[in-house]
Design a protein around this ligand. Structure first.
Ligand code: ARG
Length: 626
């Protein structure tokens, strides 16, 4: 209920100004605002919201917290705009103020959402427009709101050429896609960048090795498949580590490639194409949209990075390498740690490319992307890499004051034994096999269920449902975990029909679609005669519980946009399904008395719409039947 909470915040602010004008003025002259600390109620029995600011204010004003709270409550009770929204406020404990919305205010919100395809989620930039006290349905994302123009970049997936895309990349892909969807829905122009590892020493090794053992791979499309390439890469790496002559040939090969030698370039191009096609198979299956802009893109921008760092005096030469020493981070023996920008042999590395990428991403167009927020989704193991690179970029002056650089780290994917995820034979798990198995298991579950229920369905239906549920299960299992912890991969758990799983949520949507098939008109119940909520009425506690939960959707989206934790949205949707199921199990809908039926059907529709939109933002399509 962002619009309502903005309205309440405004009322509280006004109450503060009226009750304590001097304190407000003193704070303002010091450049701060007194904060009434409005927050969602910590428990349902406290109402809908609470304002906790009286305690801190009391210290400042040298009064008792209760006296401060009483003064605020008296002002609020005398404010018609406030009283139109909420019941008379209550003071609890030492000086908390509990706020309960009037049923009419909740009903008006429900009505406005029924008529709003954005379900109450404002477009970015609209929050500042919203917030007038007393208007409960602001910022509906309709006309007049402009799209926030500076792009947000989400750097995700980013596998490496000639290597297998692994479960870590899968996590990055799923989490990054969901964050990109939420940001785009909020109205940001989102650049979804695939920072593939397509440059550097690995190509020197691989090309050198292939020239000797499988030269056709460097000249002919599809001469070897990715599995073979991965094996060749492993052999090349081993030779590189053991054989000095091979090592120097490989280094010369990198130099040739970087200098644009046509034979090396062609070989490189072929290797990239090969991997790219394999990656695309995974993206297509998962419905992932990505723009490839690999490390090689930044090749021409590497020398300017060095020049810039030189000019700002940050660059130090240490044992032949050019580096920037980090502030506030030290390694063993308390020595400051460097970010190495150029190696002693003149080569650049992963960090240099990331510096060039940051510089380019924040630079104004056409010389760059003009971004204001750049988000990196990788495993937590890269946290210190990004901390270092971010620090150097800031000190180099490449980040505008309002620019945000965020590393979104995630934990390891583990098997059910808590160890690194492996196949039974101990190999690394191939993503294709993992997705295949999810779909196969989901199909087996479905066939079993159909048999138990005595249903018969077409093969096309079975394939469609099994694929949707299987892939949804993989995505949801990943997204519903707090990403910062390690995550145990379990087909049984993710495919279960009960619990916080994709099948459970998908089933709630199916259940509501079933209500419509049984004759419930889900499209009614909204505004009547242009009066918001005039056609709606609720009486049962299960209805109010569902109303309150539904109205929390916009706040959750705002939270995910800010904190980049998709599991918050998952928890919200899971709880919504539970609250809905309780409502639907305990309150008659299709058999409800006529005066209640349309309102209950309207709640069913809003629930379905919220689940569909929410799951869509997680990258999960829904089903009408399953
Ligand atoms: N290719 C890297 C890896 O496989 C991930 C790249 C992440 N993005 C970045 N800008 N460094 O670990």
């Amino acid at each position: 209920m962002l619009s309502v909470s903005h309205a309440l915040a405004r009322c509280l602010q006004e109450a503060l100004e009226q009750a304590f004008p001097e304190a407000v003025a003193v704070a303002r002259s010091a450049g701060t605002e007194l904060d009434p600390q409005l927050a969602p109620a910590s428990k349902p029995e406290f109402g809908d919201f609470q304002a906790n600011g009286a305690l801190a204010l009391a210290k400042l004003l040298k009064q008792s917290p209760r006296a401060v709270a009483t003064a605020l409550v008296d002002r609020l009770a005398a404010d018609p705009a406030f009283m139109a929204l909420a019941l008379p406020p209550q003071i609890a404990g030492p000086g908390f103020i509990n706020l309960t919305l009037r049923p009419q205010a909740l009903v008006a919100e429900v009505a406005s959402r029924l008529a709003d395809p954005r379900l109450g989620v404002p477009l970015a930039g609209a929050a500042a427009v919203a917030g007038g006290c007393g208007s409960a349905a602001l910022a509906q994302g309709d006309g007049g709101l402009v799209m926030a123009s500076a792009p947000v970049i989400v750097d995700f997936s980013s596998p490496n050429i000639a290597k297998e895309m692994h479960v870590g990349h899968l996590r990055s892909t799923i989490i990054g896609d969901s964050l990109a969807r939420v940001l785009a829905f909020r109205g940001h122009a989102v650049l979804r960048l695939n920072h593939v590892g397509d440059w550097g020493t690995q190509f020197g090794m691989l090309i050198t090795h292939l020239k000797q053992v499988a030269p056709e791979a460097l000249t002919t499309v599809d001469a070897v498949d990715l599995g073979d390439l991965v094996a060749f890469y492993r052999q090349a790496k081993q030779r590189f580590d053991e054989d000095a002559a091979f090592q120097s040939t490989a280094r010369e090969e990198v130099v040739k490639l970087q200098a644009g030698d046509p034979v090396s370039r062609r070989a490189w191009q072929l290797l990239c194409d090969q991997s790219r096609r394999e990656f695309q198979l995974i993206y297509d299956r998962l419905g992932i949209d990505l723009q490839e802009r690999g490390e090689s893109f930044y090749n021409p921008y590497l020398p300017p990075v060095v020049a810039d760092l030189e000019a700002t005096g940050l660059l130090v030469t240490d044992e032949g390498a050019r580096c920037v020493f980090l502030e506030g981070v030290s390694g063993k023996e308390g020595k400051p740690l460097p970010v190495i920008v150029q190696k002693s042999d003149g080569g650049f590395n992963y960090a240099t490319t990331d510096l060039a990428a940051i510089r380019y991403r924040f630079a104004a167009p056409p010389a760059g992307d003009g971004a204001r927020r750049v988000i990196y989704v990788t495993d937590a193991g890269q946290a210190s890499h990004f901390a270092g690179v971010f620090q150097v970029a800031r000190r180099a002056g490449w980040i505008p004051d309002d620019g945000r650089l965020e590393h979104v780290p995630f934990g390891l994917v583990q098997g059910e034994d808590g160890k690194k995820l492996k196949t039974r034979s101990g190999d690394t798990v191939r993503l294709k096999d993992l997705l295949d198995e999810a779909v196969e298991r989901s199909e087996a579950d479905l066939r079993r269920r159909l048999e138990e229920e005595g249903r018969s369905e077409s093969e096309a239906f079975i394939r469609h449902v099994a694929t949707t549920v299987g892939l949804a299960a993989v995505k949801y299992a990943d997204l519903s975990q707090n990403r910062t912890t390690n995550y145990q991969f379990s087909f049984d758990r993710m495919l279960a029909l009960q619990g916080n799983t994709a099948p459970y949520l998908l089933y709630a949507v199916v259940r509501i679609a079933g209500i419509a098939r049984k004759g419930g008109d889900l499209e009614g119940g909204g505004d009547q005669d242009g009066v918001a909520g005039a056609g709606l009425q609720f009486s049962e506690p299960q209805e109010w519980a569902l109303v309150r939960h539904l109205l929390g959707f916009d706040a959750v989206i705002a939270e995910v946009e800010e904190e980049l934790l998709p599991n918050r949205l998952c928890t919200y949707l899971f709880e919504l399904s539970q609250v809905f199921n309780r409502f639907y199990d305990q309150v008659p809908v299709l058999k409800a008395p006529p005066e209640a039926r349309a309102s209950r059907l309207a709640l069913c529709r809003l629930t379905a719409d919220t689940l569909k939109l929410g799951l869509g933002l997680l990258g999960i399509p829904t089903l009408e039947r399953m």
